[in-house]
Ligand binder design. Structure first.
Ligand SMILES: [Zn+2]
Length: 121
């Protein structure tokens, strides 16, 4: 990946990280009022937000994924330092920028992500 692309996605990740952190705090406060909801969201879908260009939709599905998303963002940021960002963690192929635009914190290419979902599901 080119240096300017890397900088672009890194900036995106940093912004997303602070937004998700803020949202996660809000969600936590909301959930503190509704303890019964905790169990329902403990098993979470693996693709948090492929319908929203900023990687943040505003429904339950995404709230349930805040923790996972933050972990993925941190991992992706570490990969920008290592120089492995934009490469699939499983097969090493380059991840398309159209996919990274939607899911800047994704670690896998589409093919491997699908395999992962089938394997775990
Ligand atoms: Zn792959």
């Amino acid at each position: 990946m080119r240096e300017d692309q890397l900088a672009h996605y890194r900036e995106k990740l940093v912004k997303l990280q602070s937004r998700v952190m803020a949202k996660a705090r809000e969600a936590e406060e909301r959930m503190a009022d509704q303890p019964a909801m905790r169990d329902e969201i403990s098993h979470v879908p693996t693709h948090p937000a492929d319908r929203d260009t900023e990687g943040l939709a505003s429904d339950m599905e995404v709230e349930a994924n805040y923790e996972q998303t933050l972990e993925a963002i941190e991992a992706a940021l570490a990969r920008t330092d290592e120089g492995t960002y934009g490469r699939c963690a499983d097969c090493g192929a380059g991840i398309s920028t159209s996919r990274l635009d939607v899911l800047p914190f994704t670690l896998r290419c589409v093919a491997c992500e699908e395999k992962q979902e089938q394997g775990s599901g």
